[in-house]
Every structure is written in structure tokens, then in C-alpha cells.
Write a protein that binds this ligand. Structure first.
Ligand SMILES: [Zn+2]
Length: 248
């Protein structure tokens, strides 16, 4: 997606004060390229199997995941298991999604890593599973879209909510109402780049450069300064992914 201008993108991110970005994994075929980009730009990363790329019988992919994670286990830039999760828009592989999710939650618990969770139209199923796998380091529900009540259920289980470009859409009323009530220590900001382009964006690809707009919108909803929101969300990411060894 960014092969032709990745250098320029990282350059403009740094000019905009964005030090780095966490790059999540999606499937065995994608890990090599992902690891290469992460290494080249010194980005922390997650390794996982995304529900869109999950087969009905994901055992082989899970073995590959376990091998890949073992190969990277001493790399301080490996900071999470994920993306993994549940997506009801892709119902055809639902059983496989559940098997893969549970295996990845076990892996995260065993390795004491947080998880990056993708949850679309499946919050009640996800909450039920998370209650069975208590992870000491929790994780983030990335690209969260839901009500305050649902967000609160995740917070009670020790998870944070990833707020992305959806918050910039004028039609996202439920999400705006939710974010306005969320405690500042429960949110991370994210791009989900290159997906989740805000509706009013001129670029068809989403890029990390929208982070400032997301911060401005959260600040507006909380009636706080952008600096305060930046400080909180930065600290939340540092804590969740334990980035101190990498960034400071
Ligand atoms: Zn996702």
C-alpha cells in the first residue's frame, strides 16, 4: 500500500511529531514484509492472525504463528499478539475465527504480551471469551465502534479502546457520545492505516497523519486541550505495550 512512498510518509510523520507506529500482523504470508518494514523504520509490531485471513481450520497457521513468535521472542520490538479477533461481516469462517482467537489469547497469556483485538459486530461474543481468558496485560480493542456501555465492559476487564478515524465522521454520533464519557486513561489513538479512511479525507488511503485530527476531536469532546489528550494517549500506549525500552 505504501511501497512507493513509505520513506516520505515516515518523514512527514516525524515532522508532525509522530515518533513511531505499531504495525500489527495479519497472516503468515504478510509477516515477512511486515517484519522488514518494522525493522527498517524501527517500529514496534504485533504478530497475529487477523479474522479476515483465518481459515476454517487455522491449526497450520497457528503453528506458523507460534514458530514466528518464538523466532522473535527476544526482539524488544515484538510488543503484542495481534491483530486477532472476531468479525461477523465475515461469517463464513466463524468457527475458525473463534479457534484462532482463543489460541492467540492463550499465547498472549503465556508470553505475558498484550493483544490487539479486531472486533466487528461481535462485542458480546468477544466479551464472553475475554472473561474466560484473563490476560494480565490486557490489550486494545482497535478501531473501537460501540456504545459507552460496551466500552465500559472492556475497561472493567482491563482493556483499552483504540480510537481511530471513525471518530472524525459526522455520522458517528454513538461513538462520539461514547468517547466523550470515556476516562482519559482508557483510550489509545490509532490510524488502522491504510484502512478506515475518514469520509471527508482527500486521500483514499488513510495515513498516520490523521492522528492530530483524532486528538483534536477527542479534545473537543472532552473540552480539554489537545496537549492533554496527547499526553494521556501517549502514556497509555507506552504503558500498554511497554514501549519504554524502545522509545526512551
Ligand atoms: Zn482490524
Amino acid at each position: 500500500m505504501f511501497d512507493s512512498d513509505r520513506d516520505e510518509l515516515f518523514e512527514s510523520m516525524s515532522l508532525a511529531g509522530i515518533e513511531t507506529a505499531i504495525i500489527p500482523g495479519v497472516n503468515p504470508e504478510g509477516w515477512a514484509k511486515q517484519l522488514q518494514v518494522a525493522k527498517q523504520y524501527s517500529c514496534p509490531y504485533g504478530l497475529g492472525i487477523h479474522p479476515w485471513f483465518c481459515e476454517d481450520e487455522p491449526q497450520r497457521a497457528l503453528e506458523q504463528l507460534s514458530e514466528q513468535v518464538n523466532a522473535c521472542i527476544h526482539d524488544p520490538y515484538l510488543v503484542a499478539i495481534g491483530e486477532c479477533g472476531l468479525d461477523k461481516i465475515r461469517k463464513d469462517n466463524w468457527q475458525g475465527q473463534i479457534i484462532a482467537l482463543e489460541a492467540q489469547l492463550s499465547m498472549a497469556r503465556q508470553l505475558d504480551l498484550p493483544v490487539i483485538l479486531h472486533v466487528v459486530k461481535a462485542h458480546s461474543e468477544m466479551l464472553a471469551i475475554l472473561k474466560r481468558y484473563s490476560l494480565p496485560r490486557g490489550g486494545v480493542i482497535h478501531g473501537f465502534y460501540g456504545s459507552y456501555e460496551i466500552a465500559n465492559e472492556y475497561i472493567k476487564l482491563g482493556y483499552k479502546l483504540g480510537i481511530g478515524g471513525l471518530i472524525l465522521n459526522a455520522s458517528a454520533k454513538k461513538l462520539k457520545t461514547c468517547v466523550a464519557q470515556l476516562p482519559l486513561d482508557s483510550m489509545l489513538i490509532e490510524t488502522d492505516s491504510p484502512a478506515m479512511t475518514p469520509q471527508n479525507s482527500a486521500d483514499s488511503r488513510n495515513t498516520p497523519l490523521i492522528l492530530q485530527s483524532i486528538i483534536a476531536e477527542i479534545a473537543n469532546l472532552h473540552k480539554k486541550s489537545s496537549v492533554l489528550i496527547t499526553e494521556h494517549t501517549f502514556r497509555n500506549s507506552m504503558q500498554l505495550f511497554d514501549l519504554k525500552l524502545i522509545l526512551i
